[in-house]
Every structure is written in structure tokens, then in C-alpha cells.
Design a protein around this ligand. Structure first.
Ligand code: SF4
Length: 64
């Protein structure tokens, strides 16, 4: 089980995370990402890790 969070101070709002895993990430006001759930179901883990790797601002953090 993993937890995911977005550091909204760092987020640049490009929305890459949302396009990779819209079940977990969403953009608020088209500018800042937020997570829709704190604890991530296993089926979304791979996509979440991909979002972490793809975020240009290194704003997404995973806690194992
Ligand atoms: S990919 Fe990173 S910078 Fe882009 S919206 Fe998501 S958290 Fe923000």
C-alpha cells in the first residue's frame, strides 16, 4: 500500500500526472494538481510511480 501527495508549492500545473492517472490526480482551476485519494489502491500504483517519474517539478511524493 502506498500514499501519494502533491507538493502544491512546487507543482507547475502541466497536468502530466492527471493525464497519466486521472483516477488519482486532478488539476484544480487548471493550475495545481491534487490527489483525489490519499491511500492508493494497488491497481493504480504503477501509474502513480510513472507520474512521479514524469513530473517535471518533482512535486509528487510516494510514501511506502
Ligand atoms: S505532473 Fe507535477 S507539475 Fe505537473 S501537474 Fe502533476 S504534480 Fe504538478
Amino acid at each position: 500500500m502506498i500514499k501519494v501527495s502533491v507538493n502544491q508549492e512546487l507543482c507547475q500545473g502541466a497536468g502530466i500526472c492527471e493525464s497519466i492517472c486521472p483516477e488519482v490526480f486532478e488539476l484544480i482551476d487548471d493550475e495545481i494538481a491534487q490527489v483525489k485519494m490519499e491511500i492508493i489502491p494497488e491497481k493504480y500504483e504503477v501509474a502513480c510511480r510513472r507520474a512521479v517519474d514524469s513530473c517535471p517539478a518533482q512535486a509528487i511524493r510516494i510514501e511506502e
